[in-house]
Design a protein around this ligand. Structure first.
Ligand code: NAD
Length: 416
């Protein structure tokens, strides 16, 4: 994985878009920095009675368009700059799909596989208690990200509600349905990846049916994307996770691989599939590549060997700016993360709306509303791409999103 600072990547992406906007440098600078970052040292009691310190962050990037919104990541590689970058990407993501949120992100430096469920519960509750003054359904609304899911969201909500002596399901999204979650939330990110893939093939006048596909990262986003893209008639020939990659030229059954992974915790060793290196998967000669693991998966060097025609980014920040340059030069069309994986935050928004109204939607309503949000955003994206002389869809996406954020900022003005 390339050693590129994701926060610098974000700043470069904003700069690239600003060149196509009528905007002064002082505003661009504002669009490149989080409004605030909280850094914490959480002391948590381990099962053996000792205390362990965990570094944690919450970055609130921009609140011009609404409450800060963004997930909470548990990973040993979490850094302050990574969280800042992820919070910025959230702000632009919410703007491109035009939902009334700003951007935020949180993270704890922890390897969850080294801790018991009880330890993770105490860690999550400690984080929620420390964040309490900064968050709330109208302030900042966390959600799941890498290595967090419904379980952590439920603990988080319960901690907030207990301390606030209220019920406030809208303080966090991605909850279990019985705790106020939304139908369709678990599949939402993978669904927007599938919709983006469908739309971009349509834009290129190509059929996705029969297209060959590889997915790097077979977690929540990647496994659902693989399943739904397979449902469109494409052939998923390779998938990977942190244990390695598997390949079958005849096609893998994503549902079956998912069951295998649930039993064995990894995709490797699946049936008679061949094994591949991570880089081998990224450079397969295929129609569609879906990076769905972590940031910086494809750097300038790997990009020179990428043979896919189209990349749809399920992960946040999987391509470095250097990779973007190489891929634009070689006419590989990249649907950027801020649109392709926006299904997660869009259905989180639906969850929040349902929580506020105390009125749950059916899954088919969620799926229909999500489809119209993503297809409308995609149409706007390609209209901007075709109208401006921008190098790639990412810059077009930042042009659309920055314009919206700048407009709200200008309307509200500065204070004091
Ligand atoms: P996850 O933890 O469920 O899955 C991540 C997967 O990536 C795991 O299978 C892991 O084994 C694999 N992985 C890690 N390093 C790898 C490597 N070097 N090579 C191959 N595979 C590797 O996490 P997730 O929620 O699916 O998130 C994945 C990405 O999608 C992240 O960038 C996240 O920010 C982004 N995302 C997730 C959501 C969501 O709703 N879950 C929403 C938007 C964006």
């Amino acid at each position: 994985m390339a050693d590129v600072n994701p926060f610098e990547s974000l700043q470069e992406q904003v700069d690239d878009a600003a060149a196509f906007l009528d905007v002064d440098d002082d505003i661009v600078e504002r669009l490149q920095h989080p409004e605030r970052v909280l850094e914490l040292n959480l002391s948590v009691t381990m099962d053996n009675g000792t205390l362990k310190r965990f570094k944690a962050f919450r970055s609130q990037f921009n609140g011009d368009r609404g409450p800060y919104k963004g997930g909470i990541r548990y990973h040993p590689g979490v850094t302050r700059d990574e969280v800042k970058a992820l919070s910025g990407w959230m702000a632009y993501k919410c703007a491109i799909v035009d939902i009334p949120y700003g951007g935020g992100k949180g993270g704890i430096v922890v390897d969850p596989s080294e801790h018991s469920a009880d330890e993770l519960e105490r860690l999550t509750r400690s984080f929620a208690a420390e964040l309490r003054p900064l968050i709330g359904p109208d302030r900042d609304i966390p959600a799941p990200d890498v290595n967090t899911g419904q379980r952590e969201m439920n603990w988080f909500k319960d901690t907030y509600e207990t301390l606030e002596r209220t019920t406030a399901p809208g303080v966090i999204t991605g909850k279990a349905i019985s705790s106020g979650g939304s139908a369709g939330r678990v599949e939402a990110t993978g669904r927007s990846v599938m919709l983006s893939a469908r739309e971009v093939f349509d834009y290129l006048d190509r059929s996705i049916e029969g297209a060959t596909v590889a997915v790097q990262g077979f977690g929540n986003a990647g496994s659902v994307a693989a399943k739904l893209i397979d449902d469109l008639g494409a052939t998923v020939v390779a998938v990977s996770d942190s244990s390695g990659a598997i390949y079958d030229s005849e096609g893998l059954d994503p549902r079956d691989v998912k069951s295998y992974k649930s039993e064995t915790s990894s995709v490797t060793g699946y049936n008679s599939a061949e094994t591949l290196t991570n880089e081998g998967l990224l450079t397969l000669d295929i129609d569609l590549l879906v990076p769905a693991a972590l940031e910086n998966a494809i750097d300038r060097e790997i990009a020179t060997s990428v043979r896919a025609d189209v990349i749809v980014e399920a992960a946040n920040g999987p391509l470095t700016p250097g990779a973007d340059d190489v891929l634009a030069d070689s006419d590989v069309l990249v649907v950027p993360d801020i649109l392709a994986n926006a299904g997660g935050v869009t259905v989180s928004y639906f969850e929040w709306v349902q929580n506020r109204q105390r009125f749950p939607w059916t899954e088919s309503r969620v799926i229909d509303e999500l489809e119209s949000v993503i297809t409308d955003a995609f149409d706007e994206l390609v209209t901007t791409f075709d109208a401006f002389d921008v190098p790639n869809l990412r810059t077009a996406a930042y042009v659309v999103a920055s314009r919206r954020i700048i407009e709200s900022y200008r309307e509200g003005g500065n204070w004091p």
